[in-house]
Design a protein around this ligand. Structure first.
Ligand SMILES: NC(=O)c1ccc[n+]([C@@H]2O[C@H](COP(=O)([O-])OP(=O)(O)OC[C@H]3O[C@@H](n4cnc5c(N)ncnc54)[C@H](O)[C@@H]3O)[C@@H](O)[C@H]2O)c1
Length: 309
C-alpha cells in the first residue's frame, strides 16, 4: 500500500518508521528538506526495536521516497497521514493544496492533538474524506490510536481506517464525539494536574510523585484500565463491591482535587525539581523505548492483539 506522510517532525518520522516496518511504500513530504536525512536516521534507529516486535521491513529503504512537494507526495496514496504543525490555517492551506491531487478513495488521517474535526473539515471541499487519527508519542511503538469521524463520515470510511491501523498492529479506539484533547491526553492532563497540585501543597516532591506513578498505578495501567482494575480490587463482588467499599473515599479525593495554572510559580517549581535531575534526555528516551519494547513484547506474547500482519 502507498502512504503519504505530510509533515516529518517528531510524529511524522515515527509514522514513517512504522509504515515502512509494516512493508508499506511511503512518500514523505516536509517543506524543510533537512527532514529527509532525519527520517532516514530515525528509521535506522527504530528498526531493531520494530524487528523485535515482529515487523518485517520488507523492502524498507527502496520503499521510501522524500518529496519537497505535497501534491507529488499524495499522488497514488491510499492513506495520507497528516502531521503538519498544530495550526488550523496551516493544515487548511495544506489540504487545499493537495485536495485536487488525491485519489478518489484516498483518506486523510490527521494526527492533530487539539484541533477539532469540524475545524479541519472546513479546509476541504469534501469533509467526508478526513478522519482524526491521533497517535500517542512515539507512534511507531505505542499501540493506541484515537479515531474520530462524524456525520460527514461514511461508515465504510471508519471501517477502512480501523482495519488499516489494526493490520499495522495498532489498537484503535473510537470517539463518539469531538472533545479537545481526545481521551488519553485528557486523562493524562488530570493526572499531571494533581501531581503538580500535590507538589505545590508540599505533600511530596515531583520526583517522588513520578516514582509513585511509575512504580504503582503506571505498571497496572499497561495491563488494564481503571474500570477493569477496580473490578479486581474488592474480592469477588467486582466493580460494584469496590464502589461500595472505596467509593466514598474516591468521592472525597475528587472533591479535594487541585486546580493548577501553568503560571510562573508552577514553572519555577518544575524547573527547580525536574530540570536539574533529568538532564540526559537522550539516555531517558533510550531507556523509555527499550523498556517499552520489552513491555510490548510481553503484551504481544500474552494478549490476542497488537501483532503486525
Ligand atoms: N509531539 C507529540 O507528542 C504529538 C503527539 C500526537 C499528535 N501530535 C500532532 O502531530 C502533529 C505534528 O506534531 P509534531 O510534534 O510532529 O510537530 P513538529 O514540529 O515536530 O513537526 C512538524 C513538521 O511539519 C513541518 N511543516 C511545516 N509546515 C508544513 C506544511 N505546510 N506542510 C507539511 N509540513 C509542514 C515542519 O517542517 C516539521 O518538520 C500536530 O498536529 C500535533 O498535534 C503530536
Amino acid at each position: 500500500m502507498r502512504i503519504a506522510v505530510l509533515g516529518s517532525g517528531t510524529i511524522g518520522q515515527s509514522w514513517c518508521a512504522l509504515f515502512l516496518a509494516a512493508g508499506h511504500s511511503v512518500v514523505a513530504y516536509d517543506p524543510d528538506s533537512a527532514m529527509e536525512e532525519r527520517i532516514i536516521n530515525f528509521v535506522k534507529a527504530a528498526r531493531p526495536a520494530l524487528e523485535n516486535l515482529g515487523y518485517g521491513f520488507a523492502g524498507s529503504v527502496e520503499q521510501f521516497r522524500f518529496s519537497k512537494s505535497a501534491t507529488d507526495a499524495v499522488e497514488g496514496a491510499q492513506f495520507i497521514q497528516e502531521n503538519a504543525p498544530e495550526k488550523t490555517h496551516l493544515k487548511h492551506a495544506l489540504f487545499s493544496e493537495i485536495e485536487a491531487h488525491l485519489d478518489p478513495e484516498a483518506i486523510i488521517l490527521s494526527s492533530t492533538s487539539g484541533i477539532t474535526l469540524e475545524a479541519l473539515q472546513q479546509g476541504l471541499s469534501d469533509p467526508g474524506r478526513i478522519v482524526i487519527a491521533h497517535p500517542f508519542n512515539p507512534p511507531h511503538l505505542i499501540p493506541l490510536i484515537e479515531l474520530l469521524g462524524n456525520d460527514e463520515t461514511e461508515q465504510f470510511v471508519m471501517e477502512r481506517v480501523r482495519t488499516f491501523y489494526e493490520l499495522l498492529g495498532k489498537v484503535p479506539v473510537e470517539l463518539k464525539k469531538s472533545i479537545p484533547g481526545h481521551i488519553a491526553n485528557r486523562i493524562q492532563a488530570v493526572v499531571w494536574q494533581e501531581a503538580l497540585h500535590l507538589a505545590q501543597e508540599g505533600v511530596a516532591s515531583l520526583s517522588d510523585i513520578d516514582k509513585a506513578i511509575a512504580n504503582g498505578p503506571g505498571l497496572r495501567w499497561s495491563i488494564y484500565g481503571p474500570n477493569q482494575l477496580f473490578t479486581l480490587a474488592a474480592g469477588d463482588r467486582g466493580l460494584e463491591g469496590f464502589i461500595e467499599h472505596l467509593g466514598p473515599s474516591f468521592q472525597d479525593w475528587w472533591s479535594s482535587a487541585g486546580r493548577v495554572e501553568l503560571n510562573s510559580t508552577t514553572m519555577d517549581m518544575v524547573r527547580q525539581q525536574v530540570s536539574k535531575e533529568n538532564q540526559d534526555l537522550d539516555a531517558m528516551k533510550k531507556h523509555r523505548d527499550e523498556l517499552l519494547v520489552k513491555i510490548l513484547e510481553a503484551k504481544m506474547a500474552t494478549e490476542d492483539r497488537g501483532k503486525p500482519s
